[in-house]
Design a protein around this ligand. Structure first.
Ligand SMILES: [Zn+2]
Length: 109
């Protein structure tokens, strides 16, 4: 039976979660967009601002769910928003949004 690798590696996954938590990692997606990135690690798992382990290369695209180099911390809501976007797509959107904000504030009508 083909097991979902995300759950097949339960112990390794827990270790990885704990490692990111111990580092007090902020949300990489909020950071990309220039928003406050702090994660309150005490929030319940179903809270939109709760901590989730986000695979940079998604498991569905061959990324490892237990490789420290392939994961970062994200808010649950940000992770949901990201969906199937690649890291490059997220960064491109963030650059676009930041450029628009810069233009909006530098323009004096
Ligand atoms: Zn976030």
């Amino acid at each position: 039976m083909a097991a979902n690798p995300r759950y097949a590696n339960g112990a390794a996954r827990v270790k990885l979660r704990n490692r990111l938590k111990a580092e007090g990692r902020g949300c990489w997606i909020c950071r990309a967009f220039g928003r406050p990135d702090a994660i309150d690690y005490s929030l319940p798992a179903r809270h939109p601002m709760a901590f989730e382990v986000d695979e940079l290369v998604p498991v569905s695209k061959g990324g490892s769910p237990v490789d420290y180099a392939n994961v970062d911390a994200a808010h649950r809501a940000c992770n949901n928003w990201r969906g199937n976007r690649s890291v490059a797509q997220v960064l491109a959107l963030a650059r676009g949004e930041r450029a628009r904000k810069r233009d909006a504030t530098s323009r004096k009508w």
